[in-house]
Design a protein around this ligand. Structure first.
Ligand SMILES: Nc1nc2c(c(=O)[nH]1)N[C@H]1C(S)=C(S)[C@@H](COP(=O)(O)OP(=O)(O)OC[C@H]3O[C@@H](n4cnc5c(N)ncnc54)[C@H](O)[C@@H]3O)O[C@H]1N2
Ligand code: MOO
Length: 392
């Protein structure tokens, strides 16, 4: 049995970055940028007014000013500003030559039909200077960021109608177990519905991958062998659930070896998820044998598979962990595994334990806000202690 940290490092060490592809702006949302975004122009591209008002010379502010013309955003001024002159200007319009400030319209009064007077004494430029935000050829966004709407705005502003992003990993999903039937079926005696397979499909989508759900595999070596071979043909990652523990029909690890998968670990000091199995093929495809219990499968996907997917797509592998305050005492008997416990947050953001009966308790997670880590060797945590919480 290896520590969770070693398992994490092993998985990450076998991740190979995926190739990049060019997509349009909306399809780029949530993907990881694979090219530097370089500015093709100075921004702003000209000195522009930050307010609606009158552009003039600061030295003339206290004087009666003659209004030369009106400039809307998008128009080019035709008249230069001289002594005691001004131009009415709209927010975002190009500043006329000679002006070095803009008086806000509400701080001025009209004098006759051709002149204005500044009523205030405040001295502010109210000008956005050419290139003050970005210079031509500046690298504005570097590869590796997860693209959000605010990045799309920058792409659009700099003339990128398409951007290069990392390809999404194709993730094949196989559920093993003779006891399983699909959600549309009523389970017979001794059977249950396949929840893991569909949970994993949703987790893969949420993590930015393309799921390839390949159904339920019966618990025979032949069927498992054939299904693994087929699933490996068309995927970057293969996920299996069930069949990784000590039972007579738990032959996923041995069949993986027969399929040419090099197993790198098959037992991790983590709870839930002890029998989590990981290997790789000659072509660098990653294979995870996740435990059959639904909370184990969910948790190990979040802790190991999701970081691997993010890393493949050029993103950050480590998921964010928050330090939060425990609202209750916590005790456990065995301390030989790093434990992840479903938690609910109080209104003040403190950590309470969710109702949780163990890794088969599928109904615990939908009501939980996150999972709290209890380190290896630790049996007791006290109310007020700081704990690591991951959102789920
Ligand atoms: N003698 C031992 N027994 C077990 C050990 C052990 O160390 N020694 N480890 C336990 C732990 S921890 C876990 S976790 C489970 C994992 O076992 P498997 O991965 O082999 O999973 P199965 O035995 O196939 O199934 C376990 C459980 O989960 C249900 N299951 C399976 N697949 C699905 C699915 N797709 N959807 C919903 N539920 C599923 C299955 O019916 C079983 O109830 O092993 C312990 N045993
Ligand atoms: O490690 Mo198992 O996932 O506790 O039930």
């Amino acid at each position: 049995m290896i520590t969770f940290d070693s398992a994490f490092d092993i998985v990450l060490s076998y991740v190979k970055p995926l190739t990049a592809e060019v997509v349009d702006l909306y399809s780029a949302l949530g993907r990881v940028l694979a090219e530097p975004i370089v500015s093709d122009m100075d921004m702003p591209p000209f000195d522009k007014s930050a307010v609606d008002g009158y552009a003039c010379r600061k030295s003339d502010m206290a004087n009666l000013l003659e209004v030369l013309e009106v400039i809307a955003a998008g128009q080019v001024p035709t008249k230069n500003i001289g002594e005691n002159q001004c131009t009415k200007i709209m927010t975002g319009a190009m500043l006329p030559v000679g002006a070095d400030c803009v008086l806000m319209v509400e701080d001025t009064e009209q004098v006759g039909c051709k002149h204005i007077k500044y009523k205030s004494t405040s001295v502010k430029n109210n000008i956005c200077l050419l290139g003050e935000d970005v210079r031509e050829k500046d690298v504005v966004i570097t590869p590796g960021v997860v693209i959000q709407p605010q990045h799309i705005a920058v792409f659009a502003a700099l003339g990128y109608a398409q951007v290069k992003v990392f390809r999404k990993p194709v993730v094949a999903i196989l559920s093993t177990g003779d006891e399983l039937v699909e959600p549309s079926q009523k389970p017979g005696v001794g059977q249950i519905r396949n929840s893991n397979g569909h949970q994993l499909v949703a987790q893969v989508i949420r993590a930015g991958g393309i799921p390839n759900y390949m159904g339920i595999v019966e618990d025979t070596e032949r069927a498992t062998f054939d299904a693994i071979k087929k699933a490996l043909e068309s995927s970057d990652i293969l996920l299996l659930t069930g069949g990784v523990s000590m039972g007579d029909f738990d032959f996923v690890p041995s069949v993986l070896i027969r399929c040419g998968v090099e197993l790198l670990f098959d037992s991790v000091a983590v709870q839930p998820g002890k029998p989590t199995t990981f290997g790789k093929t000659d072509q660098g495809k990653l294979v995870f044998g996740l435990p059959g219990n639904p909370v184990s499968s969910f948790t190990q996907f979040e802790l190991l598979v999701r970081p691997a997917m993010h890393s493949m797509m050029g993103g950050l592998a480590k998921l964010s962990v928050e330090k939060r305050t425990l609202a209750v005492d916590y005790h456990r008997k065995r301390t030989d595994r790093l434990a992840f416990i479903p938690i609910v947050l109080t209104e003040s953001g403190e950590v309470n334990l969710a109702e949780y009966h163990g890794s088969a308790h599928i109904f615990s997670l939908p009501n939980a806000h996150g999972i709290m880590a209890v380190p290896l060797g630790v049996s007791d945590l006290k109310k007020g202690d700081k704990v690591d919480v991951r959102s789920i």
